[in-house]
Design a protein around this ligand. Structure first.
Ligand code: NAD
Length: 497
């Protein structure tokens, strides 16, 4: 019998009493690594109740105490980087090098949480009226919840609970049921760093657990990262229940390649960003628009894609497997549709075989040219190693294509022209823009700022925006009577006197 993944309730790792379980499967081998429970309604309520109780004291815990936990936590993550990456690779499939990247991008948020003393500051204005001052404090909300996807099982949970907890909230996390093990290891390390019982809780499960988190009156805010379909549902359900919600969702990220780009660099960056992590990144570049003479670069693009190695993540190839057999079948289906709908299949990754891992969910780099809006391949997020190449005569035409696409997660331009890059930056309607940078995910000094159909809610995860998301601004207007200044008259007007 494989080991079971535990729930975390009130500081204890407990076995779920549910009868509904799901296997956690190694995508390279189909080995069952563990079984994850779908928590019962009662277990979800217990987790929320424990967070509610813990909030009473945690909200008053001094800034320095909160910050020091995250100082210790970042060191524990660093010390455990190799075993964490190995676990992540085993259950998620990505290469070891990329697994370390996944953990590292989360670690940066933990480091940021350690500087919470500088981030959660209020404002003060003296003499807003004679002898009257106004100041603001950023107070924690209460119990917050996080729901995370399979593709970054370290980074995305770390986008959420460290900042929520550092700002004085308590938290209930619902990790992806496809790869919850590395998330649980990170949670164990968080407790080891000193997070008190009840401040962080974990429940596992699917739609029922997520709905319970969206409905429960004691949850004040919900952070979600995942697909557009589920994120839209979570946003609607949580906000209908009066909660704050932020949902970071699906994407279709385009890169424009101008003919004056540094060709070698641009093609390398494009291939890395399209096929890295087997295309399972919300910021993967899945569409390249070649402009003008850059349209002649397709053979070189294909040649570069062909050089990539596919294999088990633990052997550090260029691409590991996709998450599940179902995901592989879906990707195969969309490739088939692309052919059917008239796109030119320049490179077909459907029949890739990896020696020694014959049952792995491998899909090799796949490249289509002649892709047009309306094709299923273009309209849907493939979330696999498939690059769609489109063509445009001018930069304006390329910008129009991107702005007509509903998604707004990320985009990039490759050019040596400052003027072209500047125009792109100004006119493109996408929340995260790269200039000769293929995956422009901001570091936590800034916030993740996907836009349009890729995001619901005004404030992004991590960075300054998330401090506002996880806190309520309270303004205090105060006057201390000075005997000499007091007029002694009744003021029946709205004016401050
Ligand atoms: P998903 O939407 O299937 O799952 C996300 C979470 O929602 C999981 O915890 C899952 O258990 C839960 N869930 C699934 N179905 C549900 C339902 N019907 N009702 C309620 N909850 C449900 O996403 P995924 O496949 O795990 O992740 C891939 C997706 O996430 C891609 O679309 C990708 O673009 C997106 N993503 C976006 C970002 C971003 O920052 N914008 C980052 C990473 C991933």
């Amino acid at each position: 019998m494989s080991p079971t993944v535990k729930l975390l309730i009130n500081g204890e790792f407990v076995e779920s009493s549910t009868r509904e379980w799901r296997d956690v499967v190694n995508p390279a081998t189909q080995e069952v690594l563990a079984r994850v429970p779908f928590a019962t309604a009662d277990e979800v309520s217990q987790a929320i109740a424990s967070a509610k109780q813990a909030f009473k004291t945690w909200r008053k815990t001094p800034i320095g105490t909160r910050a020091r936990i995250f100082l210790k936590y970042q060191q524990l993550i660093r010390d455990n980087m190799k075993p964490l990456a190995a676990l992540l690779t085993a259950e998620q499939g990505k290469t070891l090098a990329d697994a370390e990247g996944d953990i590292f991008r989360g670690l940066e948020v933990v480091e940021h949480a350690a500087s919470i003393g500088n981030l959660q500051l209020g404002e003060y204005a003296e003499n807003v009226a004679g002898g009257v001052d106004t100041y603001t404090v950023q107070q924690p909300l209460g119990v917050c919840a996080g729901i995370t996807p399979f593709n970054f099982p370290a980074m995305i949970p770390l986008w959420m609970f460290p900042m929520a907890i550092a700002t004085g909230n308590t938290f209930v996390l619902k990790p992806s049921e496809q790869d919850p093990m590395v998330t649980m290891r990170l949670v164990e390390l968080a407790l080891e760093a000193g997070i008190p019982p009840g401040v962080l809780n974990v429940v596992h499960g699917g739609p029922e657990v997520v709905n319970a988190l969206c409905d429960h009156p004691d949850i004040k805010a919900v952070s979600f990262v995942g697909s557009t379909r589920v994120g839209t549902h979570v946003y609607q359900r949580a906000t209908l229940n009066g909660k704050r919600a932020q949902c970071m969702m699906g994407a279709k990220n385009h890169a424009i390649v101008l003919p004056d780009a540094n060709k070698e660099q641009a093609l390398n960056q494009l291939v890395g960003a399209a096929f890295g992590a087997a295309g399972q990144r919300c910021m993967a570049l899945s569409v390249a628009i070649l402009v003008g003479e850059a349209r002649d670069w397709i053979p070189e693009l294909v040649a570069k894609a062909k050089t990539l190695s596919v294999g088990a993540g633990k052997d550090n190839p260029d691409l590991g497997p996709v998450i599940s057999q179902a995901a592989k079948e879906r990707i195969h289906g969309l490739i088939g549709k692309g052919v059917e709908q008239g796109a030119r299949l320049e490179l077909d990754g459907r029949n890739v075989m990896v020696k020694g891992f014959e049952s792995g969910n491998f899909v090799g780099p796949t490249l289509f040219s002649g892709v047009k809006p309306g094709m299923a391949l273009y309209e849907q997020e493939v979330f696999g190693p498939v690059l769609c190449v489109m063509e445009a005569a001018t930069l304006d035409e390329a910008i129009d294509i991107i702005n007509a696409n509903p998604n707004g997660n990320g985009t990039a331009i490759f050019t040596q022209s400052g003027a072209a890059a500047r125009r792109f930056q100004e006119d493109i309607d996408v929340g995260q823009v790269g200039i000769n940078v293929p995956i422009p995910v901001p570091v936590p000094l800034f916030s993740f700022t996907g836009s349009r159909a890729s995001k619901l809610g005004d404030l992004g995860p991590y960075g300054k925006q998330v401090v506002l998301f996880y806190t309520q601004t309270k303004t205090v207007t105060s006057r201390w009577f000075d005997d000499a200044a007091s007029s002694g008259k009744v003021n029946t007007t709205i004016s401050l006197r």
